[in-house]
Design a protein around this ligand. Structure first.
Ligand SMILES: C[S@@+](CC[C@H](N)C(=O)[O-])C[C@H]1O[C@@H](n2cnc3c(N)ncnc32)[C@H](O)[C@@H]1O
Length: 288
């Protein structure tokens, strides 16, 4: 026996043609549009999954991706391709707007005492919907009178598991006021564990916003938060997302986007509402 270590298995390369085939397929399935500049990011993940699944090369792997009946490999790959950056109280001026302007307007127009429904998509690891739950409890007096349902969705099943677990790093909670930290979190080693009262206030579901059959049952929302997702879409998938939101909302419902996203550039379905705290978009009270 020689003393040499075995040579590492050659890593299959992804050609430009393969990249473009994959880009087109992934865009049609998820709405996510990878520019050529993202090639290194995409190729690295594809190669990782080719090795893990033992499919040898791009061709074999792409066949598995497209034709596997369970769709499990597509889900695994999607979990690797998503960018999950988020933290508690991100762009918190919108939460102030929710409490001071949006909810008061919604309840003013409400004739029946039905629950106020909020859809937060994408949830990523849960910091955004949990921030909303805490802001309502701490700052909205209407919470004593009105039932609020918060449903939060993401395409990534791995990140949804983390959202439900509610365990966060110091970085993730760095903008949470100390008295909220004491009230709603427990130390868990170097991390922070969110209490079950807040965790139970949010229902997490797996939804692909770009798959119409998956959003069909999402209806009757008064407020939608869709922040920092449309930046990964192109104009066509953004417009489709706007139409999905329109269908999902009650007349007079509001939608909040991330600071670099604008509904006016995407669709004319919503009107712009300028509140002192933030600019948001609203579905008309009179709808077709
Ligand atoms: C940058 S995070 C935004 C999280 C949070 N809304 C925020 O602003 O902090 C983007 C999330 O979008 C999710 N995502 C990407 N494509 C999606 C799709 N087609 N449907 C639903 N969620 C998607 C990703 O899994 C990721 O968790």
């Amino acid at each position: 026996m020689s003393g040499f270590a075995p040579l590492p298995k050659p890593v299959p390369a992804i050609s430009e043609v393969d990249f473009l085939k994959f880009k087109d397929f992934f865009y049609r399935r998820t709405g996510i549009n990878f520019e050529m500049s993202k090639r290194y990011f995409v190729d690295k993940r594809l190669m990782e999954r080719i090795e893990k699944t033992g499919t040898k090369d791009f061709r074999g792997y792409f066949t598995l991706l497209r034709f596997q009946a369970s769709g499990e490999e597509l889900q695994q790959l999607t979990n690797l391709m998503t960018v999950n950056e988020t933290y508690f109280l991100r762009e918190d001026y919108q939460f102030r707007c929710l409490v001071s302007s949006i909810l008061p307007e919604i309840v003013r127009h409400r004739t029946v005492k039905s629950p106020i429904r909020i859809w937060c998509i994408p949830s990523s690891s849960g910091e955004e919907p949990y921030s909303i739950a805490m802001c309502l409890l701490e700052n909205w007096s209407g919470i004593r009178e009105w039932d609020v349902e918060i449903i939060s969705s993401d395409i990534d099943t791995g990140i949804l598991r983390r959202a439900r677990a509610g365990r966060y790093s110091a970085r993730s909670v760095q903008h949470v006021p100390v008295h909220w930290l004491k009230k709603y979190f427990k130390a868990a080693g170097e991390d922070y564990q969110l209490c079950s009262d807040i965790r139970d206030a949010v229902e997490f579901t797996r939804v692909n916003l770009s798959e119409p059959s998956e959003t069909l049952s999402y209806r009757g929302f008064d407020v939608i938060f869709c922040r920092n997702l449309l930046i990964y879409f192109d104009d066509v998938s953004r417009t489709a997302a706007a139409e999905t939101f329109y269908e999902a909302m009650n007349p007079g419902g509001f939608i909040c986007l991330g600071h670099s996203e604008s509904m006016s550039r995407i669709s004319s379905l919503f009107k712009v509402r300028k509140f002192p705290e933030a600019i948001v978009y609203q579905k008309g009270l009179e709808t077709k």
